[in-house]
Every structure is written in C-alpha cells, then in structure tokens.
Design a protein around this ligand. Structure first.
Ligand code: ATR
Length: 277
C-alpha cells in the first residue's frame, strides 16, 4: 500500500506541499500519497487527525490556523515545538498517541545556510507572532552571534526574549529593540510580519537595511513588497520564503521517512512554476 501523509489546514487548495513531498519521494524512487485536507472551522481537529491516522496515515503536516491546536493534541513535543507553542509536523506513534515537531524554524535556518554562512552573524528578526516564535530557537542554535527581536508592538518582542532567555547559548546575545531605535547593525534581517499581506511595510528606517541580507518569510512571483522596499533601500541581497517552505518540508520528510531529500531541485521547479503562473 502507498504510504499516506496529509496537510491539515484552512485553506489548503493553494498548498505546494503535495507537490514538494512527491518530488522528495521521487528522489528516492518512491511514490507517496500526500493529500491536502481542508479542516472546516466547526470540525473537531483531534477527531479528524485520529481518523486519518486510523485510516493508515503515517504522518501529517499542519498549517494555519491549526498549528496551535496541533500543539495541544500532542502527547510528546520536540523542544522546538514546545518552545514555539505550535506544531507543523505530526508523527503517529504505534501506541496511538501523537508526537509533534515544528520544522518551520529549522527550514528557515537550512535555507539561510544555503544562501550564506550564519557563523558569527548579527540577525534582526522583525515580528513577534507565531512565525517569529517558531524560528527563535533554531536561529539561536545556528551559530549566529546576536539575535535582536523587534516588533510594531514592542512588548510582544520583549515577551519572546523572556520566554527564550533560558535557551540562549553562552556565545549568543538575545535582545529586543523598538523598530524606531534600530541602527545599521545587522548582517541578516528577517521579516516575519504579515504586514505585506495587507500591502503594508513594517516601519523600518531604510538606513537599517543598507548593506544587509534581507529575507522575507513570505514568497510570490517576483519580489515581495518587503524585498522590493529593501532592495531599493540598499540591501545587499534579498530572498523570499520559498526556500523556507521547501526546507521545512524536507525536515518533515526526514522525520517521517528517515531520508534526507535535496531541497535545491525542488526549489528550482517551484520557482519556475511561480514565475510561469
Ligand atoms: P503569524 O503567526 O503569521 O506570525 P500573527 O501572530 O498574527 O501571525 O503575527 C503577525 C505579526 O506581523 C505581528 O508581529 C504583527 O505585529 P503586532 O504584534 O504589532 O500586531 C506584525 N504585523 C502585522 N501587520 C503589520 C504592519 N502593518 N506593520 C508592522 N507589523 C505588522
């Protein structure tokens, strides 16, 4: 029987995950059945997940708006998922229980490492929502020298600093600063805000991004709004989050199937599809 996996979320019809995971399987001459499953707002998330596992599901991904709910239903959590407060990867254990992991942050770090070395880098993370929180631990453990959190609502960035304080390696500093007080002090600037979805930009001074590598967690055909702005403001390089999407999928695939897929060819195909759409 073909191994079954799924993505749970709402909406899911636009998801690239079924394509990405079948490409990964094909790299090992395998075929898997990976379905995107829409979970209605009024449905019982745990019951739907359990039904999928009973029907032979081997594992699943979870996307918005169910990552926090997925965190709640897991009996075991990886350190990344526990600190993120959110789960994007479910593993169904033989005793019927569910184990949860969060591969979003590792996916981001893998993609950044594909682009540049993270050793000793000073990193600015803009935003303090779920997307930012999921990336903090993997970033702190990636060899960087300093991580600064900033957010429109500063107290949320401060809160995240406190939450992660006990997990900061000795050689790394974790601080928070108001957007308006930032200097031109960062090698890498990551935008995790949803501002672009509403056609807006975080209130960042252009001089802050001058000469740095900017990474927007969202992606699309052409430059994202943040990357357009950053490029004009003098960023050295701009990258979008398509590689993070493929990176997090690769880590999920590895957790389920104990095989490490190659991100690069899938990313190239996806980029082509995006540009031709
Ligand atoms: P996600 O789970 O995708 O991170 P979220 O939890 O709703 O989504 O968080 C969205 C993030 O984008 C927050 O950091 C939010 O800032 P606030 O905490 O001040 O709300 C940020 N954000 C959204 N719209 C923004 C805008 N127009 N300018 C700056 N930041 C914005």
């Amino acid at each position: 029987m073909t191994d079954k996996y799924a993505l749970f979320g709402k909406p899911v019809s636009q998801s690239r995950s079924p394509f990405i995971h079948s490409c990964f399987a094909a790299q090992f001459n395998q075929v898997i059945d990976y379905q995107a499953i829409l979970i209605a707002a009024d449905s019982d998330f745990l019951a739907d997940v359990q039904a999928f596992a009973r029907a032979g599901g081997q594992g699943a991904n979870v996307t918005a708006p169910y990552k926090e709910m997925a965190y709640q239903i897991c009996r075991q959590l990886s350190p990344a998922a526990a600190l993120a407060g959110a789960v994007n990867t479910l593993l169904f254990l033989s005793d019927g229980s569910i184990s949860g992991d969060n591969t979003d942050g590792i996916g981001l770090v893998r993609d950044l490492e594909r682009i540049t070395s993270l050793n000793g880098k000073r990193v600015l993370l803009i935003g303090a929502g779920g997307a930012a929180r999921g990336c903090i631990l993997p970033l702190l453990e990636s060899g960087i020298n300093a991580l600064t959190l900033t957010n429109r609502t500063l107290h949320k960035a401060r809160h995240l600093c406190e939450l992660f304080a006990a997990h900061v390696p000795a050689e790394v500093s974790l601080t928070s600063h108001a957007l308006a007080e930032l200097a031109n002090d960062y090698d890498i600037i990551i935008n995790s805000t949803s501002a672009g979805l509403g056609g807006e930009l975080p209130a960042l001074d252009a001089r802050v991004v001058k000469g740095s590598l900017c990474y927007d967690m969202v992606y699309g055909a052409g430059l994202t709004l943040f990357n357009q702005w950053a490029f004009t403001a003098g960023a050295k390089q701009v990258h979008d989050g398509l590689g993070m999407l493929v990176g997090q999928a690769a880590v999920s695939f590895q957790l389920w199937r104990k095989q490490t897929p190659d991100i690069e060819p899938v990313l190239t195909q996806l980029r082509l599809q995006l540009e031709q759409a």
